[in-house]
Design a protein around this ligand. Structure first.
Ligand code: FRU
Length: 490
């Protein structure tokens, strides 16, 4: 189907129920529907938005184009949860229905204040000549779930010196004041983060740019910024578009990562002393993550399990993408650690365990035939060669994850993992690693895998579109190794 501008900007409200039912039917016929990830019922999902805890529940919205697997007129779709594991459908949260968001309710954040959930977002608009004018807008949700937009945006257009790529407000509190970081681009096509200050969440004053030292190879636009502090350390996260690959890093079309450093003095000059830019996820699809502080003080992050400007294998079924599982963020040794949310254990059903001693061989785990599961391994790898795991093994398919003791690297290889839509970006991903004894937790859903090493020290995520109903698990080593495994069907 040709996705003309006219088709991308059709409103769901103007589409007949017959047409919507036909689209839903097409999606339901897709072989790749997830079972424990948030996914759109039709159309395309992208960034998580408005992630918050309000009125006894977690609230999460996502960027949604309902009518097909492309980026078109965006809505915020709303889901809620008591435990971050099981989610309830709350329907459309925000519609593009004012002159300040006529061409899409773009990404933004949530903040609880005055018994209300404040939602900050970018209203995307286009003129007759298709020039973009961004507005930063506010809506509030009450305890009954009614959402109301304020009459005026709090920022109109972009400040002097910035292009129309100015979006994705993330609001937080620090030292008794409210701050809002916004993704931006300067006229010479470099990504930046601009910030504003407020005392009432409604009126905002431009403070300036966050001053980083991340100036080389830093991309033409920085999307979806977020900022938080843990134990006197600060994390500034954002998604630079247009970085060149460097060694094993930055291999996907666009990046998602963070700078870690000393807390920023936002009231003063916004200067940030920080280390290198690190990617959150070494896998193939991860973008636009957003964090929130939960009632017990944990910093929780959810990302888009997808990327902009690339096709998805599910496109032919009228839908694309999902969100990642939630991760709990901590800081350890100047690094952000991403632990799988402990509550995910609620998903576990029947359990199997085994342990294998390998001597230059591959061993099948024969009693296992789950399609969706969590797998926990303790790997004591050989001191040379590769030791690891093959999963989703079928007649012609397999996904490999292993430690390579010769190269001191962890490797995810999906070259034989089924259908791929982004082969041009390579089919293996790696990161440095020099520990031969480590733990691994793998969550496999119908069309994805998320791998956590040593409780979140390294993470690899990948969508997987098997052509067969492959479900085998095998362990292998090119030397002598021991692997203890437990798996739970999900
Ligand atoms: C990131 C992004 C945001 C924007 C939204 C539009 O994926 O481009 O910068 O607000 O998607 O859907």
């Amino acid at each position: 189907m040709e996705w003309s501008r006219e088709k991308r900007y059709r409103r769901i409200e103007d589409v007949s129920s017959e047409e919507l039912n036909a689209l839903e039917k097409q999606v339901q016929e897709s072989p790749y529907r997830q079972t424990f990830h948030i996914q759109p019922k039709t159309g395309l999902l992208n960034d998580p938005n408005g992630f918050s805890f309000y009125n006894g529940k977690f609230h999460l919205f996502y960027q949604w184009f309902p009518l097909g697997p492309v980026h078109g007129l965006k809505y915020w779709y709303h889901v809620s949860s008591k435990d971050l594991v099981y989610w309830e459908d709350e329907g459309i949260g925000l519609k593009p229905d004012t002159k300040y968001d006529s061409h899409g309710v773009f990404s933004g954040s949530g903040f609880v204040h005055d018994e209300k959930l404040f939602l900050f977002y970018t209203g995307n608009t286009r003129t007759q000549q298709w020039e973009r004018i961004p507005y930063q807008c506010i809506a509030t949700m009450d305890k009954e779930g009614n959402i109301e937009k304020t009459e005026q945006p709090f920022i109109s257009g972009s400040p002097q010196g910035y292009t129309d790529n100015f979006r994705d407000p993330k609001v937080f509190e620090k030292d008794g004041k409210y701050f809002c970081v916004i993704g931006a681009q300067i006229q010479t096509d470099e990504g930046k983060i601009v910030y504003y200050e407020s005392t009432n969440l409604l009126d905002w004053t431009l403070k300036g740019e966050i001053q980083t030292n991340f100036l080389q190879n830093n991309g033409f636009m920085w999307e979806c910024p977020d900022y938080f502090e843990i134990n006197d350390k600060a994390v500034l996260m954002f998604c630079p578009q247009g970085m060149d690959a460097q060694g094993d890093d930055f291999r996907n079309i666009y990046q998602s990562g963070y700078l870690l450093g000393e807390p920023i003095d936002f009231q003063n000059d916004g200067k940030f002393n920080h280390g290198n830019f690190n990617e959150f996820d070494h896998g193939f699809e991860f973008y636009a993550p957003q964090t929130m502080l939960d009632p017990s003080g944990r910093r929780i992050m959810i990302g888009w399990f997808g990327l902009p400007d690339v096709d998805s294998v599910t496109d032919e079924y009228g839908w694309a993408h999902c969100l990642t599982l939630p991760r709990v963020l901590e800081i350890k040794d100047d690094k952000v650690i991403q632990k799988p949310l402990p509550e995910l254990k609620e998903l576990r059903k029947e359990k199997h365990a085994t342990s294998v001693s390998l001597d230059q061989e591959t061993e099948k785990w024969s009693e296992i035939a789950f399609r969706t599961y969590e797998l926990k391994l303790t790997i004591d790898a050989a001191s040379y060669g590769k030791t690891g795991l093959k999963f989703r093994v079928g007649a012609a398919e397999e996904v490999l994850f292993y430690y390579d003791a010769d190269e001191n690297k962890l490797v995810l290889d999906r070259s034989k993992g089924g259908k791929l839509s982004t082969k041009e970006y390579g089919t293996t991903r790696k990161c440095d690693f020099d520990i031969t004894k480590f733990d691994l937790r793998l969550f496999v859903d119908e069309s994805s895998a998320e791998i956590f090493i040593n409780d979140g020290q390294e993470v690899f995520s990948t969508r997987l579109f098997n052509e067969e109903m492959s479900n085998g698990i095998e362990f292998f080593s090119e030397g002598q190794a021991n692997i203890a495994a437990t798996t739970w069907r999900i």
